[in-house]
Design a protein around this ligand. Structure first.
Ligand code: I3S
Length: 132
């Protein structure tokens, strides 16, 4: 008997508003941090940060392409994720995501519960891609 399509979705897809800033671009450290709140979608092994936080509900988990433009997309294959060391930011609950091509992002939410679910989902996404 065939499984329902839902069961084929391995990555724990997720969407919500997070604070984020890019800190390195393909190995080159960026001089200044620019934190912003952005609608963030984890889907199909890709993490997408949209330019703003206002277009959230429009497309559910999907990209609300008519209303919003992705600012950064991060391929989780070959990426690594850790809690950011204190010297990277004075904020609490900060994750550091490094992509395979050497770009780095800080991801933050004031709620420990919310950032923890993102940590789990992104880490799981990375792990599943490396196991393929
Ligand atoms: O690493 P820094 O320079 O302490 O990062 C802070 C700056 O990006 C700051 O911008 P201005 O220099 O324009 O004020 C941000 O407002 C701060 O949020 C940054 O520090 P935190 O510790 O919040 O990441």
């Amino acid at each position: 008997q065939a499984s329902p399509p839902e069961e084929k979705t391995k990555t724990l897809d997720k969407a919500g508003v997070l604070h984020r800033t890019k800190t390195a671009d393909k190995g080159k450290r960026l001089r200044k941090k620019h934190w912003s709140a952005s609608w963030t979608v984890l889907e199909g092994g890709v993490l997408t940060f949209f330019k703003d936080s206002k277009t959230s509900a429009a497309g559910g988990l999907r990209q609300p392409s008519k209303f919003s433009t992705p600012e950064y997309t991060v391929e989780l294959r070959g990426a690594s994720l850790s809690w950011a060391p204190k010297d990277k930011s004075s904020k609490k609950n900060v994750l550091e995501l490094r992509s395979r091509d050497g770009s780095e992002y800080l991801i933050q939410h004031d709620s420990e519960a919310i950032i923890s679910t993102w940590h789990k989902a992104i880490a799981q996404g990375i792990q599943e891609l490396s196991a393929e």
